[in-house]
Ligand binder design. Structure first.
Ligand code: MN
Length: 198
């Protein structure tokens, strides 16, 4: 019996002799036991600017592309388009993806940190069922977020919504006021310029 490689789609979309994105080789993909799983939000200036929201789940990064980025306001539902599972070591990828390659453009780590599952059931199952709730402990984002699948057939869509808790704040707008990488401190333009220099 062969189990389906969860990263097959990720690898098939990329040419690793061109892109510097991680290959996601089988070893070292699971985080050490007992450590809290992490989330990352990568700001990605590709053909269109978006924010890739990823959660460490069962040895991969479950991923959604959020065109407007996350909100701290529970009244703002943000569209989240599911994308292919990414390898765990993508979590701190920052740099450029060459022209004509999949996702060509610039990536920075906009927020990162541990998360925990707010539901009784395993997080993988909650995502499978289209109703996940997680608590983020990032540098920019904290508190509960819901990821909800709605609609049917061609109308299926996911929404990323801030839950109502003490970390909710309708006055903040971190996507516009805190644009820099939490790893390098660089803006998208600086990450791009640095990659072009090197
Ligand atoms: Mn992306």
């Amino acid at each position: 019996m062969e189990t389906k490689d969860p990263l097959a789609e990720y690898r098939s979309k990329r040419n690793f002799s061109r892109t510097r994105e991680p290959r996601g080789t089988a070893s070292s993909q699971r985080s050490p036991q007992g450590t809290q799983p992490r989330f990352v939000i990568q700001k990605h200036k590709a053909s269109t600017l978006h924010y890739d929201f990823r959660l460490e789940v069962d040895g991969v990064l479950k991923s959604w592309a959020v065109p407007k980025g996350p909100s701290t306001n529970p009244r703002e539902k943000r569209l989240a388009m599911p994308t292919e599972d990414h390898p765990i070591d993508y979590i701190d990828f920052e740099g450029t993806i060459p022209e004509n390659e999949y996702g060509a453009g610039t990536v920075l780590v906009w927020d990162i940190g541990p998360y925990h599952n707010l539901k009784q059931k395993p997080i993988g199952q909650a995502i499978e069922e289209g109703q996940a709730e997680i608590w983020l402990e990032g540098k920019k984002l904290q508190g509960g977020y819901a990821l909800l699948r709605t609609g049917k057939g061609n109308e299926v869509r996911w929404l990323l919504i801030k839950m109502k808790d003490e970390k909710a704040d309708a006055r903040r707008n971190p996507v516009s006021t805190e644009p820099r990488s939490v790893i390098s401190g660089h803006t998208i333009e600086q990450v791009k310029a640095k990659a072009e220099d090197g």
